[in-house]
Design a protein around this ligand. Structure first.
Ligand code: ADP
Ligand code: MG
Length: 462
């Protein structure tokens, strides 16, 4: 029928605009490398902030004692404690808890957010039991993973530059987030010192390195997306005068990457315009878990409006932003039942669309595939950009060392069609010989351990 043809035309046009042929991916990878250079050359030299983390020595394995970590950066925050036993004992014991952040606190005041965090942290500290030992007379110390763009001032201070991922707390911008947390802990009577402020990418890199010496970079694919890697101090012109170490971990803030080579559609433009940070974090908005489901929703909505894809009336729920979350999209995408039962149920339960035909369901799966594939292939291109920057995108005579990328985040972990395509695209871009030296390693909650390890190496008692 005419309707079906119109719906397919919308789908095909979207597919075409999302196209990521290998040539385009190479351009994206090259652009990433160019922007990395620019961001390292001068402050504000690129959309890529290329932030200096003040982490110039990654964990060695000698770290000892009881340390806490707190991870704030998405819908949940995690609190962790770990007993480190040096080279022999390694991670002797660890415990964690996860708490969701009430949505109203994501757009409230700084004090409200940090009071909530300090309260939950205090509750967790009270449950510290057997197997954890704080040396007598010592203060508890914490590694604070704060996964938003921060202008780091030292290893344990830094000012918030901007919120991302749906957070918007105006009075926190420009504030030192360690100070904000410390004041909240004091208000709640919790005696704890923030020894290290790190991004989740830095935490993942540190945690990854603790277990594997070949880890050179970390990539997060969760609610948002970001990457960090180890750079030679010599290659950081903007870090003038301060160079005391040979290496420095750089927090790329690659979510903010932008390039004319990125395949951007009108749906992405509309999503961006409606977002809390229009014009910013364009790479993140086409790759990460916060947004993928909503891109799918937007295309379905257009198909419903202009081609009566779901019948004569446009399902009302289809107009609600973010009603279709990425985990649901992923569940539909992975549906292997012959009649696509999962797709049918999700459409019914989430969008109130009943009685969908198999043909319709197949289109929904195809749409999920287009959106996920674009994100995964672009993420792979970004990784190749990093490998180019550190000279690991080609085979060098005599260099047998592996290069390991520590990956974390719910999107990478749970969306297997996404991670599968990411890995195969990496091979496609690098070729067989180079990709045999590149290892993608899933660092499961490596960032928590990493932050605790960095707290240990920056302890006031060292
Ligand atoms: P955060 O990025 O908030 O720190 P995570 O790394 O745990 O937290 O990632 C959570 C995100 O991962 C969710 O917001 C969601 O977008 C994505 N995600 C979680 N589960 C799935 C899933 N089953 N399929 C696809 N994406 C998922
Ligand atoms: Mg996280």
């Amino acid at each position: 029928s005419g309707r079906w043809a119109r719906a397919m035309a919308i789908l095909r046009e979207f597919e075409e605009k999302c196209g990521t042929p290998i040539g385009k991916l190479r351009q994206v990878a090259d652009a990433m490398t160019v922007e990395m250079h620019a961001g390292l050359a001068s402050e504000g030299g690129s959309k890529l902030k290329m932030l200096i983390s003040y982490v110039d020595n990654l964990p060695t394995g000698d770290e000892r004692g009881l340390f806490y970590a707190l991870d704030l950066g998405g819908t949940n925050f995690r609190v962790l404690r770990v007993q480190l036993g040096g080279k022999e004992g390694r991670v002797v014991k660890q415990e964690f808890t996860e708490v969701s952040i009430p949505p109203n606190l994501m757009v409230g005041t700084s004090d409200e957010l940090f009071d909530y965090i300090a309260t939950e942290l205090a509750k967790f500290v009270v449950t510290e039991g057997e197997g954890f030992h704080l040396s007598p007379g010592r203060q508890r110390e914490l590694g604070f993973t704060f996964s938003f763009p921060v202008k780091q001032l030292s290893i344990n201070s830094g000012t918030l530059m901007t919120w991302t991922k749906g957070f918007s707390i105006n009075d926190a911008i420009g504030q030192d987030v360690v100070m904000e947390l410390t004041k909240a802990m004091e208000r709640k009577g919790l005696d704890m010192r923030v020894a290290a402020l790190v991004n989740d990418t830095i935490g993942t890199l540190a945690g990854g390195r603790y277990f594997n010496n070949d880890v050179a970079a970390a990539v997060i694919l969760g609610t948002g997306t970001n990457a960090a890697y180890v750079e030679r101090a010599q290659a950081i012109p903007k870090w003038h005068g301060l160079v005391q170490s040979e290496e420095m971990v750089i927090n790329m803030e690659w979510g903010n990457f932008r390039s004319s080579h990125l395949p951007i559609t009108e749906y992405d433009q509309a999503l961006d315009a409606d977002s809390l940070n229009p014009g910013d974090h364009i790479f993140e908005k086409i790759i990460s878990g916060m947004y993928l489901g909503d891109i799918v929703r937007r295309v379905l909505c257009r198909m419903a409006e202009e081609a009566a894809f779901f019948g004569d009336t446009v399902p009302a729920k289809l107009k609600i932003p973010f009603i279709l979350r990425t985990p649901e999209m992923s569940a539909m995408h992975h549906d292997s039942s012959p009649d696509l039962k999962v797709v049918g149920n999700k459409l019914k339960d989430i969008l109130g669309i009943t009685n969908t035909s198999l043909k319709t369901r197949k289109v929904v799966v195809e749409l999920c595939n287009i959106v996920a594939m674009r994100g995964a292939r672009l993420a792979a291109a970004g990784i190749v950009g990093i490998l180019k920057k550190i000279g690991k995108d080609a085979v060098k005579e005599g260099d047998k060392q592996k290069t390991v990328i520590a990956m974390d985040g719910g999107l990478f972990e749970h969306y297997s069609e996404f991670s599968k395509v990411l890995e195969s695209t990496l091979q496609e871009l690098l070729g067989e010989e180079v990709s045999s030296r590149i290892v993608i390693e899933h660092a499961n909650d490596g960032s928590g351990i990493g932050a605790a390890l960095l707290a240990a190496s920056h302890s006031q008692y060292n």
